[in-house]
Ligand binder design. Sequence first.
Ligand code: SAM
Length: 270
Amino acid sequence: MKKSTDDVTQFHSVDQAKNPTSFVQFMDTSHAQQTAQSYRQEMMEQLALKDGATILDVGCGTGQDTQDLAHAVGPHGRVVGIDSSETMLQEARARVAGMQIPLEYVLADATQLPFADASFDGCQASRVFGHLREPAQALAEMVRVARPGARIVLADGDLDLTVVDIPDRSLARKIVHAACDQMVQGWMGRQMPRLFKQAGLIDIRVEGRLMPLDYTFFQIAFSGILQGARTAGAVSAEELTRFWNALEQAEQEQHFFARVGGFVVSGRKG
Ligand SMILES: C[S@@+](CC[C@H](N)C(=O)[O-])C[C@H]1O[C@@H](n2cnc3c(N)ncnc32)[C@H](O)[C@@H]1O
C-alpha cells in the first residue's frame, strides 16, 4: 500500500498547501535518509567554514542544516536561515528554543533577500532551487549578499536521473520523465554549473551522486508527484498501477532498487 503525502512538487508554496505540516514531516523523513546526509557532508566541505563566519542558509526549512552550520561556525559566528514558509520557520524556531547558538530565522523569498550587499562569508541552499521559478535571480541574490571570496553552495536533485529496476524499461523511462516534468525545475541538478558560470562565480566545483532510496521513502517522495503526472495526462492510471505493482513485487522479492541523481555545486565570488 502506497503511503500518501502532500505533493512534494508544491514545496514552493508550503503555507498554501492543504496540510502544510506534512512538508515538515517529509523533511524529517528525508533527513533520516542517507541521501540528505550525503548532501550535508559534501555541502559543509565545499562551504569551507571558518570559526566566526557569517553564513546564510536559503530555503532553510525546519533548520536541520542551519543548526549544523551554527555549531560549525562557533559562538563568534552567525548563521541566518531564510525561508518563504512561516510553517517551516515556526518549526525551525521551536527546534532551537532555549539553545545558545548564534542562529536566527527570517521570513523571506530567495529572489529578494533582505540583506545588504557583501554581508555573508558563505551561502548555501539545499534542495531549494528545484522549486524556484526564477533560479537565476535567486542565485544572483546569493552572489550579491556574499562577500568577495565567499563560497556559494547549492545541492539539488535531477529527477531525470532516477533509476528503478523493473522489467518494463519503456514504462520506467516514461514514468521517470513524467515525474521529472512535474517539478518546477526537474533538471536543476545538471543546470547548476551553467547557472554558476552565468552568475560570474569562479573556482566552480561539481560533485554528482546517485543516492539510494528505499521503497518506503520512494513511495513518500513519488506518490504525490506521480498522481500529479496522471492528472496532467502524462501517464495513464493503468501505467501507474503497473509501475507501482512492479515496484511492490520487487520489494516483496527483496530486490527493490532505486537511486536518484543529484549534485552539489559550489563557486567562489571573485
Ligand atoms: C525541500 S525543502 C528543503 C529545506 C532545507 N534546505 C533542507 O534541506 O532541509 C525546500 C524549502 O525551500 C523553501 N522555499 C521554496 N521556495 C522558496 C522561495 N522562493 N524562497 C525561500 N524559500 C523557499 C520551502 O518553504 C522549503 O522549506
